[in-house]
Design a protein around this ligand. Structure first.
Ligand SMILES: NC(=O)C1=CN([C@@H]2O[C@H](COP(=O)(O)OP(=O)(O)OC[C@H]3O[C@@H](n4cnc5c(N)ncnc54)[C@H](OP(=O)(O)O)[C@@H]3O)[C@@H](O)[C@H]2O)C=CC1
Ligand SMILES: CC(C)(CO)C(=O)C(=O)O
Length: 337
């Protein structure tokens, strides 16, 4: 690999553009985007910012934006940042253009994307990544990190020092982990909130500040934890407390929760879940790859996960016609399911 890595971002949306914008000064970044996203980048340039005061603008002339898979051909590293439903299509497009041995990193939610990419790209080196923080787009082509957390990646000798250095120098430390599948399951348990946030119509901070919404999440997580335990999966610890304690913490009354779990609420006031973004854009959501995974895993163990199944059904309805839910009504629906 060259001293300055050539990084292709495959599926430049919220996460891809944020990572690409931050890495731009330290790597040769090519953003492979849908035509409407490319047009916006080519009109405005790319601005990235975060909740700690970082802000940077890359002017149009300095951007390298493409709309065809072929643009990934000469990359040293491809960061896959499409939604989970689009992984297979992206993988087949990449299979046609990538040189054998190219490093591919999935920076996606969901627990099967790496396996899908590996199956379609047997000659590439595919690694699992994890994005813990939220990204919003407050203005066209401006991508803002609205919560904290360290990017994670599967430990591998395939990770070149120049890539790790480029991430580090961009303020995006890549923590190498030996337990990425456990990390993905822990992230999935956190993402069980994505549909609740989408149905609430509230920013994440406002939603999580309300006891009834936290109770809904506690129910989904408790059910999820039982299922993953039955499947012999031990989620990694991504928060100050182990995953198995989170339902209890979420169920605390507001005054205690706000005192003990203030870090959980350290989120930009405008940040919302990626599932809210999908519903607002009229796109099919990732709910099958999040709550749906709990339902499928439960079935495979002869169990049921009725609350997560109910949420999947409600999101399917919301994809057709969006209606906001009140927390107490949703809590009752979950308890009755
Ligand atoms: N947004 C967030 O805050 C967070 C998101 N994540 C996860 O990161 C992943 C990416 O999410 P996010 O960035 O929000 O998603 P976005 O939908 O914002 O971005 C993905 C982009 O990729 C495009 N795309 C899909 N297929 C292709 C293709 N074959 N070629 C080129 N472009 C393509 C999509 O276009 P189109 O819609 O037209 O298909 C879309 O513009 C998801 O798994 C998500 O769950 C993780 C942490 C936080
Ligand atoms: C960061 C988090 C948990 C919430 O925004 C997320 O992963 C998402 O929105 O998909």
């Amino acid at each position: 690999m060259t001293a300055t890595p050539r990084i292709a971002i495959y599926g430049a949306g919220m996460i891809g553009n944020y990572l690409g914008g931050r890495l731009h000064a330290r790597a040769h970044v090519r953003l492979i985007a849908r035509p409407h996203v490319a047009a916006s980048l080519n009109q405005h340039g790319l601005t990235t910012s975060d909740l700690n005061g970082y802000r940077r603008h890359v002017p149009v002339a300095a951007l390298n934006v493409a709309t065809q898979p072929d643009a990934a051909r000469d990359a040293d590293v491809v960061l896959v940042t499409v939604k989970s439903a689009a992984t297979m299509e992206a993988a087949h497009e990449l299979a046609d253009v990538l040189t054998p041995g190219t490093l591919v990193i999935s920076f996606q939610n969901g627990v099967h994307n790496t396996a899908d990419l590996r199956a379609a790209l047997p000659d590439c080196r595919v690694l699992t990544g994890m994005v813990p923080f939220n990204v919003t787009q407050p203005q066209p082509a401006h991508f803002h990190q609205g919560s904290s957390g360290t990017l994670m990646v599967e430990r591998s000798s395939a990770l070149p020092p120049s890539l790790l250095a480029a991430f580090g120098a961009s303020g995006l430390t890549l923590q190498q982990r030996d337990d990425m599948q456990a990390v993905l399951w822990a992230k999935l348990l956190i993402n069980l909130n994505n549909p609740l946030n989408a149905l609430s119509g509230l920013p994440l901070r406002e939603e999580l500040a309300q006891h009834a919404w936290r109770q809904c999440l506690a129910l989904l997580q408790r059910e999820g934890l039982q299922v993953v335990k039955a499947a012999g999966i031990r989620p990694a610890q991504l928060t100050a407390l182990p995953a198995r304690w989170l339902p209890r913490v979420l169920s605390l009354p507001n005054a205690v929760f706000h005192r003990l779990a203030s870090r959980m609420l350290a989120i930009d006031p405008l940040a919302r879940s990626s599932m809210w973004d999908d519903l607002q854009a009229g796109r099919r959501t990732e709910v099958d790859y999040i709550n749906g995974e709990i339902v499928v895993l439960a079935k495979s163990k002869g169990m049921r996960a009725p609350m997560n199944a109910r949420i999947v059904a409600l999101i399917r309805e919301a994809e057709q016609s969006y209606v906001r839910w009140e927390a107490t009504a949703l809590l009752k629906t979950l308890r009755d399911s």
